[in-house]
Design a protein around this ligand. Structure first.
Ligand SMILES: NC(=O)C1=CN([C@@H]2O[C@H](COP(=O)(O)OP(=O)(O)OC[C@H]3O[C@@H](n4cnc5c(N)ncnc54)[C@H](OP(=O)(O)O)[C@@H]3O)[C@@H](O)[C@H]2O)C=CC1
Ligand SMILES: O=C(O)/C=C\C(=O)CC(=O)O
Length: 355
């Protein structure tokens, strides 16, 4: 356990409605917000889920905007905001993964429209005041209390059909939030507890979901893990790992959760000498000798991609990625050395197991 130390802890938490079948409460939650004209958001692929929400809302459903995309392109955010204004919406319900939650946040950022998030992956965005927007291939992120959803409905039944390959990388995305929370400059003993338990709960769901992707208890644990890990990220300052992933996703178009999954063991190997206590906690949560090796093995065991070259990264882009990762200063336990970050990226590119 941590010793006594001075710290500040601040976390804004949405109201949470949790349970198998909890989706049925969506109309009640809209009413609780005093709203009556809802814009439902989804990706094109999850349109059927959006339609299901609209049916549950009945006369409260003002429209469905099924054009959410990863990394929230500004054109899509603008179109969604215009749709909300044109329909006179007084609430948005975002059902789907982090891409859809992110679209709800982008609308809220400019209109303060209350958002109800119904997550179906483990990205954890529903628990943070962070938002991201991509304009002409450049991704900016920020924090604003207006984007935090007012209510989150966690319904394990909704992710029962999430493919196992997506489940694994999304779980690694969640674990990344907690891992960086453990060595953040604004970490504290409460964050440590949330983070360690978040990693343990998330990782422990994976073998059960590999055995049976429709195991609702395991789906529920994975959502609780995402909740804990997202809460950690919502209350701390992220470091090298998230900065690298934002560069690789935003500038080079690599898929978000897969990038997190590949880079995490290597980012932790980079930071390990400067953050031994964080590594001990991560390894303890995983039940493995080391944190970087344990995470690499977790991903490998469950069939996740292990190399940046296998998810679309091109070798000539490694130098630019290293330049971008060290361009702006940000807190990180180990000082950022361009050549060492380049080496980290090379290892991740090749998919080498970290020592
Ligand atoms: N601001 C924050 O705090 C955070 C933001 N993010 C952001 O979130 C985005 C990534 O989120 P992520 O969840 O990984 O990506 P997506 O929302 O794109 O979802 C990932 C994959 O899961 C599929 N999927 C989602 N729900 C279901 C379902 N019910 N059944 C079957 N398949 C499903 C999606 O399919 P389909 O394409 O059909 O929807 C997609 O293929 C990024 O833009 C990232 O920046 C991530 C973490 C935190
Ligand atoms: O793009 C955003 O919405 C901002 C943050 C994240 O994507 C967090 C992450 O890297 O998982």
């Amino acid at each position: 356990m941590s010793g006594v130390r001075d710290f500040v802890f601040q976390v804004a938490m949405p109201r949470v409605v949790f349970g198998a079948g909890a989706l049925q409460h969506v109309a009640r939650e809209v009413d609780a917000l005093g709203a009556s004209r809802v814009l439902v958001l989804s990706t094109p692929g999850q349109r059927a889920l959006g339609e299901r929400v609209a049916a549950l809302l009945g006369g409260r459903a003002a429209g469905l905007f099924a054009r959410a995309e990863m990394h929230v392109p500004v054109e899509v955010a603008n179109a969604a905001r215009e749709a909300a204004l044109a329909l006179g919406a007084d609430c948005a319900v975002a059902i789907g993964g982090g891409s859809t939650t992110g679209l709800g946040k982008a609308i809220a950022l400019q209109t303060a429209l209350p958002v109800i998030a119904i997550p179906t992956t483990y990205a954890g965005s529903e628990m943070t005041t962070m938002y991201g927007l991509t304009d002409a291939g450049s991704k900016t992120t920020g924090r604003d209390p207006r984007v935090l959803p007012r209510c989150v409905i966690y319904d394990p039944e909704l992710s029962a059909g999430l493919p196992f390959a997506t489940t694994v990388v999304s779980a690694m995305n969640a674990i990344a939030h907690a891992a960086e929370g453990l060595y953040a400059p604004d970490a504290n003993p409460v964050v440590d507890l949330l983070a360690e338990e978040g990693i343990r709960t998330t990782a422990s769901a994976l073998p059960r979901l590999r055995h049976d992707a429709r195991d609702l208890d395991a789906r529920g644990d994975a959502l609780i893990g995402a909740w804990l890990c997202g809460t950690v990220m919502g209350s701390i300052t992220v470091g090298l790992h998230h900065k690298l992933c934002h560069t690789l996703g935003g500038t080079f178009g690599l898929p978000h959760a897969e990038v997190h999954s590949v880079v995490l063991p290597h980012a932790l190997a980079y930071n390990a000498p400067a953050a031994p206590q964080a590594m001990t906690r991560i390894a303890r949560a995983l039940g493995t000798p080391t944190a970087p090796g344990g995470l690499f093995d977790l991903a490998a065991r469950h069939g996740a991609p292990l190399a940046l070259k296998s998810i679309g990264m091109q070798a000539p882009d490694l130098d630019r990625a290293a330049d971008l990762a060290v361009k702006m200063p940000y807190p990180n336990p180990r000082p950022l050395e361009r050549d060492k970050v380049r080496e980290l990226l090379e290892f991740a590119f090749e998919g080498r197991r970290p020592e």
